[in-house]
Write a protein that binds this ligand. Sequence first.
Ligand code: URA
Ligand code: CA
Length: 434
Amino acid sequence: MRMYDIILKKRNNKELSTEEINYFVNGYTKGEIPDYQVSALLMAIYFNKMSRRETSDLTMAMVNSGDILDLSNIQGIKVDKHSTGGVGDTTTLVLGPMVASLGIPVAKMSGRGLGHTGGTIDKLESFEGFSVEMSEDKFIDNVNKIKLAVVGQTGDLAPADKKLYALRDVTGTVDNVSLIASSIMSKKIAAGADAIVLDVKVGSGAFMKNKEDAFLLANEMVEIGKHIGRNTIGVISDMDQPLGLAIGNGLEVKEAIDTLKGNGPEDLLNLCLELGANMVVLAKKANTKEEAKAMLMNTITSGKALEKLKEFIKAQGGNIASIDDTDKLPKAKYVVPVVSREEGIVHKIHAENIGLAAMELGAGRATKESIIDLAVGIVLNKKRGDSVKKGDVIAYIHSNDEGNIQKCSERIIENYIIKNEKLEEIPLIYGVVE
Ligand code: URA
Ligand code: CA
């Protein structure tokens, strides 16, 4: 087999065989096929697209390019949740304890944040002493005992995706539905998931800027799941404004704790109930989503989910005093209100730019090497649909550096679109693909 022929075949809009897909994925992972040939193939895929079969084959070739986590010693159906990336998205910290307290195993491999999106591991490190370093045996043991554990990347999972994603990033070939779908699904499958709930975000803070593309991506991933025997459900949710109110690591942990105590923002709670209900149904612990939602609500009102959070944080070395008293979480030196210069209704809060503003305060990483500050971030005081008067506080900046407050404040004001006209409603959940 020759890479040249594979490139020509795709350039001429023909379907690649399973063997051809395996050949280029393996060859590229091993360093036997050069970047320039794979770049040409990716561009041909970008323009001529892939069939469902090719997309499933690409997914499995990437899964098989490295280690596959063996979670067979964990009892029960392991349902993983994955978000395509948003701003202020604290769902994992809320959902994990809720779902685990129903006896469903949550074996989560998480990452750190990059750019305007945050990572679950960074957030969890707001608990003093908390660690994601543990052996695979300990991880499995914790999930069996507590039903919830979070580790960092272990092993060499889907190395082909790592290389291909980096190459796509510099060759203008990221935003192809087959390539995104196979990239995400390969990592979830290599991480050992039996079933997968995908939170596909749509809006200014998301990969997918419009509803049609988001449904297309969700459909593609659900079909891959079907093809390879992993039940997959895609929830399409709004990311045109940040989720909840808090953006920043310690601030989002506080928001998650508040939500588990029954005092969280409505959109965050509702998204958690929708995603969680799908997880509970896939884990076969409820027959209908309505039943599952009632069970999940009960984990909050009974205090069980909050207890589960404590058990989990403690098992991974974290100080749980800050769960009862959130004042003990990392705190910024300055908390400064941002006031509106206009009057009207909030029409839009540009999620990506607010995420970037929080990043510049130190809440996120501009590069992989950046060091983040767990205490800083932005807490919104007004959300879409709220009316504001001149002088009303629209947000609070939490900063440890007096010098960056003015710029951040300007940035927040620029990215709040306030108009004196009726607002077109945007749903939190656009739909579910199963
Ligand atoms: N996230 C991924 O993991 N892969 C993509 O291709 C796009 C988003
Ligand atoms: Ca939030």
